[in-house]
Design a binder for this molecule. Structure first.
Ligand code: KIV
Ligand code: ZN
Length: 394
């Protein structure tokens, strides 16, 4: 893969599925995995096999269903976890074990009740153990975002020497600022011996709304894999959203970074995940929200009708949305009325437009959104009335 290519590691089926109430059954997981394969993701994290027999079966089933992407199973730095993950991944064409441990002082002191030296040893032992089963082992340094860089570099150097092929640097708590996270990746790139043998990966959470910005800062500073989910779903405030990072790289070619994603399948994938999980997408969500390509103010509508890119930086077709939307509200102008009227078959004269617009405003002040049927009624009502008046005057 060329150096400017960024691998997309999709964890919708693992971190994404940790959202309360979003549990998927095996059939749904297979359907989503197949769609992710069509979308062109490089890695599918299919689950956490030791967590439940159902998750184990789902990981096995995803391994059998997809051929192209790497299939990854999560584990803690615990031998039993790793063995079970290896077992679930047995039928994968390209299996990867994802193992790791907390490296921040908070995790070491309070969660793991351990010491830095012990954690370093456990990290190395886990990677060595996982390498007995598969060649592709990804190591995660949980809470790397709050881990001091010197210690993090020691851990990463040791796991690379033990055979880790991918190094996941999670901002588990979504705490970092983009500059800080980017500097962390750069620090590892510049200070870890043997780093060139492995791929650095970002895994950012969205607690402060910075997951996407942090992931982009990561790849600008040398990471070449982004871990993300469809619609940004995931633990607490969610993970980096796939559609956002992919489109940022696509829309900013000067970054000289790109992915293998077929962006035209983004919207359909978003719908499938939302419907399967029963998790609605917020209307103002970037790229895939219902309003992402909807224009409601008169000034914007006038611009978009004259030329789409005055107010749209992405052609909706590029992400599989078939058209931009001109929404009729009390803030809409004459240009929007003429445009929507034409769409439903009415070419309005200037006088007609003035009259229809006046009636439209009365309705729009009462109704949040004026629909095509409302507009049609206003126009036909106006034309009927105009005919009667004309007849009466001859
Ligand atoms: O957020 C995180 O640190 C994780 C790891 C288990 C990779 O999800
Ligand atoms: Zn996570």
């Amino acid at each position: 893969m060329a150096d400017n290519n960024v691998y997309i590691f999709d964890t919708t089926l693992r971190d994404g599925e940790q959202v309360p109430g979003c549990k998927l059954n095996t059939e749904q997981k297979i359907e989503i995995a197949l769609q992710l394969e069509r979308l062109g993701v490089d890695v599918i994290e299919a689950g956490f096999p030791i967590s439940s027999p159902g998750d184990f079966r789902s990981v096995e089933a995803v391994c059998q269903a997809v051929r192209e992407p790497v299939v990854c199973g999560l584990s803690r730095a615990v031998e039993k976890d790793i063995e079970v993950a290896a077992e679930a991944l047995k039928k994968a064409k390209r299996p990867r074990i994802h193992t790791g441990i907390g490296t921040s002082d908070s995790h070491i002191n309070y969660k793991l009740r351990s010491t830095r030296e012990e954690i370093l040893e456990r990290a190395v032992a886990a990677v060595r153990f996982a390498r007995r089963f598969v060649e592709d082992v990804e190591f995660y340094a949980e809470d790397a975002g709050r881990t001091d860089n010197e210690f993090l570099a020691r851990v990463i150097e040791a796991v690379v020497a033990a055979g880790a092929t991918v190094l996941n640097i999670p901002d588990t708590t979504g705490y970092c600022l983009p500059e800080e996270y980017g500097a962390k990746i750069r620090y590892l790139k510049e200070n870890v011996k043997g780093i060139h043998k492995a791929t650095l990966s970002t895994h950012c959470h969205n607690d402060l709304g910075l997951a996407t910005a942090n992931s982009i800062a990561g790849v600008q500073n040398g990471a070449r894999q982004i871990e993300c989910t469809i619609n940004g779903i995931g633990e607490r405030a969610g993970n980096t959203s796939l559609e956002e990072v992919v489109m940022i790289m696509r829309q900013h070619p000067y970054l000289e970074l790109d992915t293998n994603i077929n962006t035209r399948l983004i919207y359909a994938t978003s719908r499938l995940v939302s419907e399967s999980m029963g998790m609605p997408v917020q209307p103002n969500k970037a790229i895939v929200g219902a309003n992402a390509f909807a224009h409601s103010s008169g000034i914007h509508q006038d611009g978009v009708i004259k030329r789409r890119d005055t107010y749209e930086i992405i052609d909706p077709l590029e992400v599989g949305v078939d058209h931009s939307k001109i929404v009729l509200t009390a803030r809409s102008g004459r240009a929007a009325i003429a445009y929507r009227a034409k769409n439903i078959g009415f070419d309005l004269t200037k006088d007609e437009l003035d009259a229809v617009y006046a009636q439209f405003l009365l309705l729009a002040d009462r109704k949040k959104e004026v629909e095509d049927q409302d507009l049609q009624q206003i126009i036909t009502g106006h034309r009927a009335k105009a005919k009667t008046v004309k007849k009466a005057s001859v």
